[in-house]
Design a binder for this molecule. Structure first.
Ligand code: PLP
Length: 439
């Protein structure tokens, strides 16, 4: 059987492999709109849009057509050493048009992890070019998620991604998670909490020496670490510190980008201008692997000058700007615009967020949080003390399994049950998601 073959030969990401040998896979066979179906024909609402990514749903014919057409015309070509092709050119142009005006240059990778790995190397390369080779350290946050390659996994601030992988392997300091409900001190207001975190960031910069810090990286709203919404004033404060100490600000919008928060980008929602913007997932609705790094003219200029000195930029992937992925990405972004899916997320935010917050009174729910069409329900063993269940994440995993039984795919991220439905959801879909979650 398929399940036996899977157990015999597949090693699954983020899976307890011994447990998998016992319980076997959940095999998904097809998708339609916001639904997916398993081998028994059972229907599920994909309340996570796959992995926070399938904005346009699971059966978008225009993306199939875009891929087919590109496969027929030019299934592959690379973009090394001055080579180019139309889909990659048009997609870079489109991204420059959609993203904030200061971000004009685009570099493609296949995944978010590769994109963040590339960001690390760009920051290092740029600072070598500028004659300040000591300006190499990164600031990131506990519970931030930036991927799993050696460099991006180092930026990630989650113990499970570090333990026994010998990470972090690059110089990075992880600051306090900007999540007031969990990390605010007794008696501290949200404003005081923000001020404390900004002081921690500035003290760290001064202790390490601003001349040693290359960049600060963060997700505007944290996703995989547990859906954490930043406190008021946090991002403008971080942006001001980065400016003051000449530190590049990297917004990792692999989840936030293209409407998830009800705005095109998280940096717009929270009022700051990154020097580097990292995009993936909803860029192609994950129909093809694709990620992009957008940088300012200043960052580009320093790197470009160095490539002139060294002969070339010695970095790039076989799949950088892959024509089929780029063609699908471009068509996907057109759909997001034409159907106003960003506006849809903004319009449904109130229904989705308020609807889920009715479960705040449940004895196991500590906090319901989120913005736009992303939300998390953090489960606690004790509401008064906010004490988590042990072992960590156990109850959220259980609750997520119950959701699956009820025909709603959610995702347990540590203590939190996450929802991040496709951006094409309707009012009726949102009502059904809330109902199934309630059951
Ligand atoms: N950055 C963020 C914010 C992410 O959420 C993810 C993946 O979930 C990544 C980076 C890594 O992307 P990938 O899994 O494509 O390597």
């Amino acid at each position: 059987s398929l399940a036996a073959a899977d157990i015999a030969h597949s090693m699954h990401p983020y899976t307890n492999m011994r447990a998998h040998e016992q319980q076997g896979p959940m095999i998904i066979t097809r998708g339609s709109g916001i639904h997916v179906y398993d081998t028994n024909g059972k229907e599920y609402i994909e309340g996570m849009a796959g992995l926070w990514s399938v904005a346009v749903g699971f059966s978008e014919q225009r993306l199939v057509d875009a891929a087919t057409k590109q496969m027929q015309e030019l299934p592959y070509y690379h973009t090394f050493a001055h080579k180019a092709h139309e889909p990659q050119i048009r997609l870079a142009e489109k991204l420059a048009e959609m993203t904030p005006a200061n971000l004009t240059k685009c570099f493609f990778t296949n995944s978010g992890s590769e994109a963040n790995d590339t960001v690390v190397k760009m920051v290092w390369y740029m600072n070598n070019a500028l004659g300040r080779p000591e300006k190499k350290k990164f600031l990131a946050r506990n519970k931030g998620y930036h991927g799993i390659t050696v460099a991006s996994g180092s930026l990630t601030g989650l113990a499970g991604n570090h333990r026994d992988f010998d990470l972090p392997a690059i110089p990075v300091t992880h600051l306090t998670t900007p999540h007031f409900w969990r990390y605010g001190l007794d008696g501290e207001s949200e404003v005081e909490f923000t001020a404390r975190l900004l002081k921690e960031a500035e003290d760290t910069i001064l202790a390490e020496g601003p001349e040693t810090i290359g960049a600060f990286i963060g997700e505007p709203v944290m996703g995989a670490g547990g859906v954490m919404v930043p406190p008021e004033g946090y991002w403008p404060g971080i942006a001001a510190l980065c400016k003051k100490y000449d530190i590049l600000l990297v917004a990792d919008e692999v989840i936030n980008g293209f409407g998830r928060l009800g705005t095109a980008f998280g940096c717009e929602k929270y009022g700051f201008e990154p020097d580097i913007l990292v995009l993936s997932k909803q860029i192609s609705s994950s129909y093809m692997p694709l990620a992009a790094i957008m940088v300012t003219e200043e960052v580009y200029g320093a790197i470009a000058d160095n490539t002139a000195k060294l002969g070339s930029f010695g970095h790039g992937f076989t799949g950088s700007g892959h024509p089929v992925a780029a063609a699908v990405g471009l068509e996907n972004l057109k759909i997001i615009e034409e159907r106003d899916l960003i506006g849809n997320a903004a319009r449904l935010e109130e229904q989705f967020q308020t609807g889920l917050r009715q479960y705040s009174d449940h004895p196991l729910v500590g906090e319901v949080r989120g913005v736009g069409l992303i939300a998390g329900l953090e489960l606690v063993a004790d509401k008064a003390t906010r004490k988590s269940f042990e072992p960590a994440g156990m109850m959220a995993a259980k609750a997520s399994a119950f959701c699956t039984e009820e025909g709603l795919i959610s995702r347990s991220v540590y203590e939190t049950l996450a929802l991040c439905p496709p951006l094409i959801v309707t009012e009726d879909d949102v009502a059904e998601i809330i109902l199934r979650m309630g059951r």
